[in-house]
Design a protein around this ligand. Structure first.
Ligand code: SF4
Ligand code: SF4
Length: 171
């Protein structure tokens, strides 16, 4: 598999879905094995890569998740954001949210209404929990989110690089 740099993937982010799809053909069978074997060192391996890649990547140069993924927005997120914006929670829902096919609140449209032109989040301190946790590569029990991470390969270059590295190590 061709080794793309993070810099390249961010510069040509619109090509990431296509690049990822190609690579996923090789990654998926390895992930299937990992799901069965549950290697004990998987979390340490992934967390080290997370540290390494996020030292290299400044999300402000990318912003692809905030442009293309609709985070799930909880009632607590709504209360916190509404308070910050000094509007009622019902007004926040009315103005910004819709219910998706899983019956979760998500933004009415993407890119996110709180993403500015320089990829800054205008509500950063108050952003939804899902935004804080994305792309989940520093969470424990990574084995539980292998399928989600395969999906995220098409959005986040860091997840893509980590999945490729996992695939190389455990193949
Ligand atoms: S709330 Fe902020 S972090 Fe979350 S999607 Fe919008 S811009 Fe991105
Ligand atoms: S988390 Fe991933 S997709 Fe989101 S801005 Fe950072 S590198 Fe880009």
């Amino acid at each position: 598999m061709q080794d793309y740099s993070l810099k390249y993937l961010i510069e040509y982010i619109e090509d990431l879905p296509q690049i990822a799809k190609k690579s996923l053909q090789g990654i998926k069978p390895v992930f299937k094995k990992i799901k069965k074997k549950k290697p004990k060192d998987l979390d340490t391996f992934v967390h080290n890569l997370h540290e390494e890649y996020f030292q290299e990547v400044d999300c402000l140069t990318c912003g692809n998740c905030c442009r293309s993924l609709g985070p799930r927005i909880t009632d607590r997120d709504i209360d916190r954001l509404a308070k910050h914006l000094r509007i009622k929670p019902s007004a926040f829902v009315e103005k910004y949210l819709q219910i998706d096919e899983d019956k979760d609140y998500v933004f009415k449209s993407m890119p996110c209404p709180f993403l500015d032109d320089d990829n800054y989040c205008l509500v950063y301190e108050h952003r939804p929990k899902a935004c804080r946790e994305y792309p989940h590569t520093d969470r424990p029990k990574f084995v539980q989110i292998l399928d989600l991470s395969l999906k995220n390969c098409e959005t986040c270059p860091v997840v893509f690089k980590i999945c490729e590295d996992i695939s190389r190590k455990y193949s």
